[in-house]
Write a protein of this length. Structure first.
Length: 150
């Protein structure tokens, strides 16, 4: 492993192209008052992995990529299952269930149509086979009658 600093934080924004804002929360004891203090700092990091808001990521120091971006996303530690415009997991679950129900209905309709087509094709094939068999039997009967007539 190299000597570059690594920080773990949460993605707060991914609205820029290939850049995310990562919030790193640090807890430490105040030197004078001995109280545990939490401080948060936002870092702009270059993102080639395609992070989403809420993902927990490890960022690593890099050479300056732009004026404000000197960090890069190294890996995604934990994915956040979130869609844009949905605030709660219940709403996301309801939306997914609605999509699944809709997909099941569409699949059921397609299956019914395919079954009908298969039944029609099988009926046509059976009719053709029966007609051929009847014609062959009639031809045999006619041959037998011709032989008997001679």
């Amino acid at each position: 492993m190299n000597k570059r600093r690594r920080l773990t934080g949460t993605v707060k924004s991914n609205k820029m192209d290939k850049t995310v804002i990562v919030e790193v929360i640090r807890t430490y004891q105040h030197p004078l008052y001995q109280k545990v203090v939490r401080s948060a700092k936002n870092y702009k990091a270059h993102d080639e992995l395609g992070c989403n808001v809420g993902d927990k990521v490890v960022i690593v120091e890099s050479k300056p990529i732009s004026k404000t971006v000197t960090w890069a996303v190294e890996k995604i530690v934990r994915l956040e299952l979130r869609q844009e415009g949905i605030e709660s997991t219940e709403a996301a679950i309801e939306e997914v269930e609605a999509l699944v129900a809709e997909a099941e209905e569409v699949l059921a309709e397609e299956i019914d149509e395919l079954e009908e087509e298969l039944v029609e094709q099988l009926e046509e094939e059976l009719e053709e086979e029966l007609e051929e068999e009847i014609i062959e039997e009639l031809a045999e009967v006619v041959e037998i009658e011709e032989e008997d007539a001679e």
